[in-house]
Design a binder for this molecule. Sequence first.
Ligand code: SPV
Ligand code: MG
Length: 301
Amino acid sequence: MTSMKKSTQLKRLIQSPKTEYMMEAHNGLSAKIVEEAGFKGIWASGLSISASMGVRDNNEASWTQVLEVLEFMSDATRIPILLDGDTGYGNFNNARRLVKKLEQRQIAGVCIEDKQFPKTNSFIRGEAQPLAPIDEFCGKIKAMKDTQQDEDFVVVARVEAFIAGWGMEEMLKRAEAYRQAGADAILAHSKRSDMTEIESFVKEWSGRLPVMIVPTKYYRTPKNRFHELGIDMVIWANHNLRASVSAMQNISKRLYQEESLIQIENCVSPLEEIFRLQNAEELLSAEDKYLAALSVEKESE
Ligand code: SPV
Ligand code: MG
């Protein structure tokens, strides 16, 4: 699986008959941690990447700044990355240029949502967010699909109709239009604390394209519900960010109060673990191999 192109890995994962899972990462380190945990794919979350940069999930970070983060994530891992590409950072033209730049960095796919640029996170005043006109969003999907060089590059269309307070009819109308425009999968989002909206959508949709979900708000849903409904992909969208925030707040507060490392050392990852995650070992052996000539030269001076 790992020698397969990342785009092909992602495509197969989304199309697999099983319910699959993806975990959020927001930099090279967290991407590597997701891979080591056993996940077969990474969600490059817009919320998490922006939060880790200290800015809001409102396209305050430019798309090239996001691209730089992705480059580190992609270099650090062999499993595929699906970028949460917000609205595609502009119109069809910006979105197709994004596809070109993502392919150059072996990013396996991108998910775009049918809102307006600059977007706001779906859990902040969702109803106040205007949706993109259907035709315009379809043109964007088409432009992205026409631009990709690699036939397995994945474009996911995220439907925000439930988030914006529309009903099932709008949800289905949009999902169907995006399918016809060439999307490879539909991400159906909901901010309800139960799965009822998603459940009714999935039943009506009846597998016309794979369905991805983000159960951040309906976190009480047991995993067998995902399986029973035939959800293709479940995304844990922000849990590495949130885990790291709690850990960093805790350790910062304690060190500020204690002014000593005595009680701290055993509460944090050993330095060796950081070196291992960075693959420091590889550089040591590369130095032995490639700096050897230099040390011989030095010795003979
Ligand atoms: C993200 O992870 O940035 C997402 C999912 O888009 S959500 O925050 O639920 O909108
Ligand atoms: Mg997002």
